[in-house]
Design a protein around this ligand. Structure first.
Ligand code: FO1
Length: 331
């Protein structure tokens, strides 16, 4: 079975770990392609950092710091401390010593002219994540957040997503999110094929605005999703009106979307009315959303959605695939 997922960082990576476990337990031959968000990418101290790609690679390659959810296990931050001692900005970005190894290899390869997709494949040759990890695009499309300037009252500025997320903990009200240059970006090699040739497409419980939303903004990807024969099932990142982790609520509010499982599902929209969803999993606590989603043409099941451990996440993945297959046979 070929499963394609569109994934952001921590939530997406954790879900894919469960998806891998479920498919392995099912005993059938399977292949997972992860289309990773690169809107979070940033140049830091001359190094190219790809947070969501690295989070998927480290999580599935068992190198992740499970407490933080990002960066390397057994990490130290001596280089960061040295840079801080020199007063070099950004001091707010947590660049780990082991993680710098990845960024040095990536930066040197990019500078040598290799596209990000080739570089990601080379990095994965070491980590062996057990999935095919593709950047959504090889072109730059960095997410910036439109906020009221914290320094010049009355001014609005575009701040890199990482600064908003890390330095300000998303506390500055976001007026909007812009993906700089995304209108000129093209899907990376293999992305459109992974969508067209999938047996099932799953949207993990990643941030619908700045993770999955960014991927959908790459020209050609939404069209490919609306045209593929594969059923598309998403998993709500919102449970009982709150994001499970991260700050998806701050992002949803910026776009005028209610922080509910129903609103996020309706925002992706039903495929038979111009959206991208055939099915949507909500948590058992949000079962009351089922009828409205079904009425909108989105098949819905209410199942436990807390990714407390790999078995619980594997069960979520099984529900997503079962729903996708039920919707396919329902035609
Ligand atoms: N997140 C933080 O909250 N603080 C950090 O200092 C930080 C550093 C960092 C370095 C490399 C990397 O791959 C991820 C890092 N993250 C950090 C997480 C990152 O900001 C988020 O995971 C994504 O960009 C949002 O999903």
């Amino acid at each position: 079975m070929r499963v394609t997922t569109l994934a952001g960082g921590i939530g997406g990576a954790r879900f894919i770990r469960g998806l891998k476990a479920h498919l392995a337990a099912s005993g059938q031959e399977s292949h997972i392609t992860v289309i990773g968000n690169t809107g979070d990418d940033i140049w830091v101290h001359g190094l190219r950092v790809c947070p969501d790609l690295d989070t998927v690679m480290y999580t599935l390659g068992d190198g992740i710091d499970t407490e933080r959810g990002w960066g390397r296990r057994d990490e130290t931050f001596h280089a960061k401390e040295e840079l801080q001692a020199y007063g070099v900005e950004p001091t707010w970005f947590g660049l780990g010593d082991r993680d710098i190894g990845t960024h040095l290899v990536r930066t040197a390869s990019l500078n040598a002219g290799y596209p990000l997709s080739d570089v990601t494949r080379a990095l994965c040759a070491r980590w062996k994540p057990g999935v095919e990890l593709l950047p959504m695009t090889n072109d730059r499309a960095e997410t910036h957040v439109i906020v009221d300037s914290p320094d010049v009252p009355g001014n609005r500025v575009a701040m890199h997503f990482q600064e908003w997320w890390i330095k300000y903990r998303a506390s500055l009200p976001a007026h909007d999110f812009v993906f700089i240059g995304i209108e000129n970006a093209t899907p990376a090699p293999g992305v459109l094929e992974a969508i067209a040739e999938a047996d099932v497409i799953v949207l993990p419980p990643s941030n619908p605005i700045v993770s999955i939303g960014t991927i959908l903004a790459v020209p050609g990807i939404t069209d490919a999703l609306s045209q593929t024969d594969a059923p598309i099932v998403g998993i709500s990142p919102i449970i009982s009106g709150a994001p499970v982790r991260g700050m998806a609520d701050a992002c949803l509010t910026a776009r005028g979307i209610e922080t509910t499982a129903l609103a996020v599902g309706l925002n992706y929209g039903a495929r038979n009315s111009g959206g991208i969803l055939d099915g949507w999993l909500v948590d058992t606590s949000d079962a009351d959303a089922e009828s409205d989603l079904e009425a909108a043409g989105i098949g819905c099941r209410a199942v436990p959605l807390f990714m407390t451990d790999v078995p619980a996440t594997a069960a979520m993945a099984e529900h997503a695939i079962d729903l996708a297959q039920a919707l396919r046979s329902a035609g």
